[in-house]
Write a new protein. Structure first.
Length: 256
């Protein structure tokens, strides 16, 4: 029995039309399978790299503590470093699990745009009280607009955008939302930080991408790609767009 791989193709030349059609269909299925396998390999490599860094830090801290007795202040410093590393690994694993769960997720649903954005902003303020505040602005129709996806999925779209904006903001993060013609809703997330160079606007959605690897970014580099995946699966889109204060993220989603 012959062994087939995703790259194998059955040439239809010289065969009946029915077999040629079947071979074409199989080729299409193999192409899609190969694309899925490439995605899995890329994701596995990225996650392995991301997990290796905090794991190495945790191991070093534990070995350092075990090497000899430490003072109270040194122990507290080491404990904070261990807690930080564990929290980072938790975030990475949660992102990976969410990515796996949402490959075939159901995008149907309906929620209040105003309520979900308010809840996301409230949680951000509670979890990061030391960071710049989030300012909300409901534009035309924003207060009463509904979105054609569930509240949990809308949160999954917004949280990575807000995390990214909060990371670079100087004084505040601004979220504007409105109903737009064509039965859509639009959400803009902006910060007053240094901005994203135009040459990187497309790259920010690549899994694992970081504009500045030394910036202290504590995520897995998968939040923005996952947010765009969910938005597109729901019939929407996320793009980086020019704005008066610098580039911002714009989310378009179908109205509910």
């Amino acid at each position: 029995m012959a062994v087939h791989t995703p790259s194998h193709r059955d040439a239809p030349s010289g065969r009946p039309a029915e077999l040629a059609d079947l071979a074409g269909t199989l080729d299409g299925l193999l192409d899609r399978l190969a694309a899925v396998l490439r995605h899995e390999q890329q994701l596995t490599g990225e996650m392995s790299h991301e997990l290796r860094t905090p794991l190495a830090a945790l191991t070093a801290e534990v070995e350092w503590l075990q090497a000899r007795p430490r003072g109270t202040e040194e122990q507290e410093t080491a404990h904070r470093a261990i807690a930080s590393g564990a929290a980072r690994m938790h975030d990475i694993v949660e992102t990976l699990l969410t990515e796996a769960r949402t490959r075939g997720f159901e995008t149907s649903g309906r929620c209040s745009l105003h309520e979900v954005i308010g809840e996301v902003a409230r949680r951000s303020a509670e979890d990061h009280p030391q960071d710049p505040p989030v300012v909300l602005r409901a534009c035309i129709g924003g207060q009463s607009a509904t979105v054609g996806i569930s509240a949990s999925l809308l949160q999954r779209i917004l949280v990575p955008l807000l995390d990214n904006a909060r990371r670079y903001a100087v004084r505040c993060v601004a979220i504007e939302y409105a109903a737009v013609p064509g039965r859509n809703v639009e959400i803009t997330v902006a910060d007053d930080g240094p901005g994203i160079p135009a040459v990187l606007w497309g790259a920010v959605f690549a899994p694992g991408f970081r504009a500045d690897p030394g910036s202290g970014h504590d995520g897995a580099g998968l939040g923005l790609p996952l947010a765009r995946r969910i938005a597109r699966a729901a019939g929407g889109e996320i793009v980086v767009a020019p704005a008066e204060g610098g580039p911002c993220f714009v989310v378009s989603l179908p109205a509910g």
